[in-house]
Design a protein around this ligand. Structure first.
Ligand code: C5P
Length: 239
């Protein structure tokens, strides 16, 4: 097991630590929850452990499908070993069903099945409130090259296909999700950050019950139970 070094970065839901290996870092998942660009703050009991397990399951699945990810190993209840990358300042959002900001932006009722998959890019910038950006904005801001953007969109669409099929077997709808990518020391684009109920919308396929962070954002209650239910359906609940 690599030795944990000093903290490199603390985000809203995770801390990143250096290790004794120059190209590997440790992600520590926190129970802290934020929404609306940090305006709403709280804690979800056990979230760090649950998201670490859920994200591990998704990263392993995607690696097995040939998607390059930063995932190396799950080290402990809250800790994951990952490849060190330079995160691209972009959030890639993939949507199958209208919800959240898309429902507002295009005026479609939440729950409307989208006739085509929608892919969006947002500029990761807290001061600007993470605005939606076009490929032309991304080019002028030099957030990614047009070639990198094509790779991101293509990976995001492939990831959607794999996750949707996997979740459908668990009677879950993948409404939408957010991805972040990074560049490793060899210049490879890797899927990074996390995939969890913090970053995805999951609905029960029969009841359309929300089993994700919208329960926290919208004060719907039973937040911990929803995360635990996702972990249980993914087969990761050992207790
Ligand atoms: O809020 P919006 O509808 O744009 O969110 C789309 C998807 O992206 C949701 O699954 C949400 O959880 C995720 N997201 C995220 N981090 C953000 C913004 C959105 O994980 N900063």
């Amino acid at each position: 097991m690599p030795a944990k070094g000093e903290m490199l970065y603390e985000g809203k839901a995770k801390k990143i630590f250096l290790t004794d290996h120059p190209e590997q870092v440790i992600v520590e998942y926190k129970d802290d929850a934020t929404a609306f660009n940090g305006q709403k703050k709280g804690q979800i009991a056990g979230k760090g452990e649950m998201n670490n397990r859920i994200a591990s399951i998704f990263f392993k699945l995607l690696e097995a499908k040939g998607i390059p990810t930063h995932y190396i190993d799950t080290l402990s209840e809250r800790e994951m070993l990952v490849k060190k990358v330079k995160i691209l300042p972009l959030e890639v959002v993939v949507r199958n069903i209208a919800a959240g900001s898309l429902a507002k932006r295009i005026g479609w009722e939440e729950g409307t099945i989208l006739p085509k998959t929608v892919v969006e890019f947002y500029y990761k910038n807290d001061d600007l409130g993470d605005p939606l950006v076009t490929p032309s904005h991304i080019d002028v801001l030099e957030l990614a090259t047009p070639e990198q953007l094509n790779v991101l969109e293509s990976l995001a669409r492939d990831i959607n296909v794999y996750l949707k099929a996997f979740l459908s077997d668990k009677n879950l709808l993948l409404v939408d999700f957010k991805l972040e990518f990074g560049i490793d020391s060899d210049g490879n684009i890797l899927l990074a950050d996390e995939i969890s109920p913090d970053t995805c919308r999951f609905w029960d396929a029969d009841t359309r019950e929300k089993l994700d962070k919208d329960r926290f954002r919208r004060d719907l209650g039973s937040v911990e139970e929803a995360y635990e239910e996702i972990l249980r359906r993914l087969g990761g609940l050992t207790r």
